[in-house]
Write a protein that binds this ligand. Structure first.
Ligand code: Y12
Ligand code: CO
Length: 173
């Protein structure tokens, strides 16, 4: 399945995603297509809405100590729910749907998440560090929330100005 990344300000990104009920070949094809487009785009996390599928699906490929992203470490989360959260941390986030823009965002330091894998098996993960931040960023996408929606009013205004300028630059021959 060939997929394209939906970019801000596309309204599709504001959609709330719905639970996955069927763990079938269509789901496997979507997950595999998401993995391919994420890796081709140098991403470490992707939600299904970013490829125009409003389903509660996210994938994560967190680099290891050697900065390598190996397929064995890929995490596929379907219908994720945060059951516990604690602490606070700040990280400069980026998003494949908001290219070339990075901003400090406050997240919970540690989280516990219940989810299903591609075969519908229930899993629990305890996450902190980059994994915890990435899960929270991708789970926001499932609610139609982008990391730029978490900026203060003044930072958001600055972003809109910079982003518009960058889009104009991109269009120049
Ligand atoms: C911490 C914070 C945020 C996340 C969410 C996942 N975000 C990404 O995977 C972002 C990827 C990204 C990749 C880019 O492309 C390159 O670096 C070549 C990029 O740059 C441009 O678009 C020019 C921006 C974002 C996980 C963990
Ligand atoms: Co994102």
């Amino acid at each position: 399945m060939t997929l394209n990344i939906v970019e801000y300000p596309d309204r599709k990104l504001k959609e709330k995603s719905v639970n996955v009920e069927l763990f079938d070949q269509d789901l496997y094809d979507l997950l595999d297509g998401m993995y391919n487009v994420m890796m081709e785009s140098n991403g470490i996390g992707l939600a299904a809405i970013q490829v125009a599928h409003a389903k509660r699906i996210l994938i994560l490929s967190i680099p290891d100590e050697e900065s390598e992203q190996s397929k064995e470490d890929l995490i596929e989360m379907i219908n994720p729910v945060i059951t516990n959260k604690s602490g606070e941390c700040v990280y400069q986030e980026g998003c494949l749907s908001v290219p070339s823009f990075y901003e400090d965002i406050i997240r919970f330091e540690s989280i516990s998440v219940n989810y299903q894998d591609r075969d519908g098996n229930t899993k629990i993960i305890e996450a902190d560090g980059l994994l915890s931040i990435a899960i929270q960023h991708e789970m926001d996408h499932l609610e139609g929330i982008l990391f730029i929606d978490r900026l203060s009013y003044s930072r958001r205004k600055k972003f809109e100005k910079e982003y518009k300028r960058m889009q104009k630059e991109k269009k120049k021959p």
